[in-house]
Design a protein around this ligand. Structure first.
Ligand code: G6P
Length: 327
């Protein structure tokens, strides 16, 4: 028995199972304390890479829809090149589990420098959401909002992704009573969906291409699920917004293709099947903010099983690093 893995066969699985507790902890954050951050802010820009970028895309949805804040999301590596106009009262929020991702550090450093140079007396600070308060990122921001979810050992982000979503939900003003039930719902999903995900994984690994599609919050969830499958199970995978299928992706459908539909409409599923592709549906019930996380947790398990079935090391996928400190 590996004590550090607490009986699980991998860090990834251990970290997946830590999620209900993490959800409950963040759901309970004091609403009054969280509320203040919006004061004087007119817009938000989120800067991140990898899974943290997917979390930011979900953040954009909730910050715009629930908090009514205009929000832009930047892939960290694109930020400096894009050179977006500096706007007053725009809060910069960098998201990085490790706080060491070179592209994120570079973007934040550049942002800080130009604010100084342009003599911007900024009311709006640069803030970081990170799991490592002591990281390099801390040196370049005005404030750190820590995830406090403990060390994430597996290369693929799982618990840090869910923690980031929960923090963004809180920042968007979603209330404790709305978020707290999610902890037991996710626990339930982990207990009841594991067998189905293993069976799905047995099919998934047979296909040369696996496509995920979803709408709303389930679009970035499709992107994250696709990334997980590629990272840990080394499978070729794509993700797109369900409505985009007709704009090109139909050309990819054949008997060689598997499409995983996240809460898609029946007609979309029929259109895929009519073109010879296989379909798997995942339709979990509830509010979209809950469904997004529950669906993702299922798909984390799917990737885990797919990797296991292929005999791969789920914690240390080939060619990948936990934090990418190079450009
Ligand atoms: C690497 C990891 C990913 C992670 C990304 C961003 O590519 O393998 O799992 O999402 O970096 O990491 P960060 O620490 O900045 O969130």
């Amino acid at each position: 028995l590996n004590i550090q893995k607490q009986g699980y066969d991998s860090y990834m699985l251990k970290e997946v199972f830590e999620q209900p507790k993490i959800i409950a902890n963040i759901a309970r954050w004091d609403e009054a304390k969280v509320k203040g951050w919006k004061k004087g802010i007119k817009s938000v820009q989120l800067i991140a890479a990898g899974s943290s970028w997917h979390a930011a895309l979900i953040g954009q949805y909730v910050l715009e829809k629930k908090a009514r804040l205009t929000t832009r999301v930047w892939v960290a590596s694109e930020y400096v090149k894009a050179n977006p106009p500096l706007s007053a009262c725009s809060l910069t929020l960098a998201i990085s589990q490790s706080g060491e991702t070179a592209d994120v550090l570079n973007a934040v450093k550049w942002e800080r420098k130009r604010r100084k140079e342009q003599n911007c007396l900024y009311q709006c600070p640069i803030i970081a959401i990170t799991n490592r308060k002591e990281s390099t990122l801390a040196q370049y921001v005005n404030e750190i909002w820590p995830m406090n979810v403990g060390v994430e050992m597996a290369v693929a982000a799982t618990k840090s992704f869910v923690a980031t979503l929960m923090m963004l939900y809180k920042l968007a003003g979603i209330k404790t009573e709305e978020l707290l039930p999610l902890a037991s719902e996710v626990e339930h999903v982990l207990r009841t969906e594991s067998t189905r995900m293993r069976e799905m994984a047995e099919q998934v690994i047979k296909f040369p291409l696996c496509i995920f599609m979803g709408r709303g919050l389930l679009w970035p969830i499709a992107m994250e699920a696709s990334l997980k499958l590629t990272e840990v199970a080394n499978l070729a995978s794509l993700a797109y917004a369900a409505g985009e299928m007709k704009h090109g992706y139909l050309a990819l459908l054949s008997q060689e293709t598997l499409v995983i539909c996240l809460s898609c409409a029946d007609h979309q599923v029929e259109e895929i099947e009519a073109r010879g592709a296989s379909v798997m549906r995942l339709d979990l019930e509830g509010e979209q903010i809950h469904v997004a996380i529950k669906t993702l947790v299922c798909l984390q398990m799917l990737s885990y099983y797919a990797a296991k079935l292929k005999g791969l090391d789920v914690d240390r996928p080939r060619h990948l690093a936990k934090s990418v400190t190079v450009f």
